[in-house]
Design a protein around this ligand. Structure first.
Ligand SMILES: *Cc1c(COP(=O)(O)O)cnc(C)c1O
Length: 483
């Protein structure tokens, strides 16, 4: 890679500002100022612009390439909603501005957005109420787990120490349950990809606090027995937690609250118009059934009789603070704009197209790859490269070959119960032509496995760096190669 440091020449400048004719004063106190000059490259403006433009072109993202990453619903992010989020009336608000009209009119609009987003989401999910505070999906999970703990504690039912979690679950589920003080116990998946009812029954008892189920599951399937599962857990005195990361397969069609779930998180940065990847910002609102409303975290938003909104900090049974101020307000704002722009029919269209695209892919690919269960899928299809692996080409190699063909790879090796998993989520907004190009590339790669597997094992050949030690790249990144 052309490095900007290599182009540095002492004294070269990127700007030509007029000479200042007033004394230079620094606003930064002496003790905080850098002692030695920063070792920045000295280059022309053009060199600096070219450097950053070239770097940006080396990124692969939804704005440059098809990005069918499964499990995380990396979906539509209308650019228009980004513009709404930076409107100065929203973006420039300080969280400590007064809330009420007497001098506080500035925040009433923001509070209204949170309140209305909360109401719309509760309606969409079929819950009594929700909190917009959690800052990510995993944070929402922890919040939900704390609500379940508070519920059992209030009832004096403190022997319930077990959280049941299916073997297909996302890693954050057992992590959240453990951080919340529970012991995790695994529930098996049956041969059809549903929760194994017999195994669930054998694990339910007086010590079970709840069951965390991803709906639709990480296998991309809607559990046919989900209602029975929820009833069994209730009969045993437990609560049902829904991991809603895959909501866009069902939104507008099924309300998890109606099925029997008591608490659920959704990922606004997956389902509601905030791009993700690269670490945020995110938002993981949590919806709850009536029995958990008293424990919701502060702050809560009230709408008063006079039409004003106010944050409530004093709620006796609340689990307390889980995030400061308003949560990730910019993300909530984009989600609310998205909900308004979709409306009831729009939500249905999103889920319909997401499911249609995934099934189109599944059916076209199933002759070429293996499947754990051959069944209509939801928003994503989980294929397995186990036939290719037998010939020495693994899911990872296929992913690298896709990069050379201009596609972001799908999620690999997840869920753990599918060997050589390629979890593909086409999303609802890609054209049939794009889906076909991707499918054709995968089929071409599958055929190469038989004729010239060596070529796949060499991939990627089009990227600035080839195969990295991925653990070292994450743990000990070399962000500027000065050699
Ligand atoms: C993404 C995801 C999570 C965690 O959400 P974050 O927002 O990344 O913390 C949990 N469960 C499933 C199924 C997911 O896909």
């Amino acid at each position: 890679m052309e490095l900007i440091f290599a182009k540095s020449k002492e004294g070269r400048k990127g700007t030509s500002l007029p000479r200042t004719d007033v004394p230079v004063a620094s606003a930064i106190p002496e003790k905080f100022r850098r002692q030695k000059p920063a070792e920045l490259p000295e280059v022309t403006e053009q060199d600096a612009v070219r450097h950053y433009t070239l770097l940006s072109r080396k990124n692969m993202g939804v704005d440059t390439n098809f990005y069918p990453l499964g499990s995380c619903t990396m979906k539509y992010n209308p650019k228009f909603h980004e513009r709404i989020a930076v409107l100065p009336g929203f973006a420039d608000l300080h969280p400590l501005l007064p809330q009420l009209r007497h001098g506080g009119g500035l925040t009433q609009g923001a509070l209204a957005v949170i309140y209305e987003a909360q109401r719309t989401l509760s309606e969409l999910l079929g819950f009594a109420d929700c909190t917009m505070q959690p800052l990510a999906g995993a944070h929402g999970e922890l919040t939900g787990i704390m609500l379940i703990a508070a519920y059992h504690k209030t009832r004096g039912d403190q022997k319930r120490k077990i959280m049941l979690i299916p073997d297909a679950a996302h890693g954050t589920n057992p992590a959240s349950a453990a951080v919340g003080g529970f012991e995790c116990r695994e529930v098996a998946t049956d041969s059809e990809g549903n929760v194994c009812i017999e195994d669930l029954k054998s694990k339910l008892g007086q010590d079970v606090a709840g069951f965390m189920l991803t709906c639709p599951s990480t296998l991309g399937l809607f559990d046919k027995n989900v209602k029975e599962v929820c009833e069994l857990v209730h009969q045993a005195g437990g609560l049902n937690y829904c991991d809603g990361a895959n909501l866009n397969a069902i939104m507008g069609r099924v309300r998890p609250g109606d099925i029997g779930f008591d608490v659920m998180h959704v990922n606004l940065h997956k389902t509601f118009a905030t791009p993700h990847g690269g670490g945020g910002p995110g938002s993981g609102p949590v919806g709850v059934a009536e029995c958990l409303v008293p424990y919701l975290p502060v702050s809560r938003i009230d709408k008063r009789d006079d039409g004003t909104y106010a944050l409530q900090y004093h709620c006796d049974d609340s689990i307390g603070y889980i995030a400061p101020f308003y949560g990730n307000f910019g993300v909530i704002l984009k989600a609310y704009a998205y909900m308004l722009s979709l409306g009831r029919e729009g939500f249905k269209r999103v889920s319909e197209n997401a499911v249609l695209s995934a099934n189109y892919m599944r059916v076209r690919l199933k002759e070429h790859f293996a499947q754990k269960v051959d069944r209509v899928c939801m928003h994503e299809c989980v294929m397995s490269a186990s036939p290719q692996a037998e010939k020495g080409v693994h899911a990872l190699d296929i992913a690298k070959a896709l990069i050379d063909r201009g596609f972001h790879p799908p999620t690999m090796y997840f869920p753990l119960i599918v060997p050589e998993a390629l979890m593909i989520e086409p999303t609802e907004t890609e054209s049939k032509e794009t889906l076909d190009e991707f499918i054709d590339a995968l089929i071409e790669i599958a055929e190469l496995v038989d004729t010239n597997p060596e070529e796949i094992l060499k991939c990627p050949v089009t990227t600035p760096v080839r195969r990295l030690d991925e653990t070292a790249a994450a743990r000990k990144p070399v962000v500027a190669d000065l050699a």
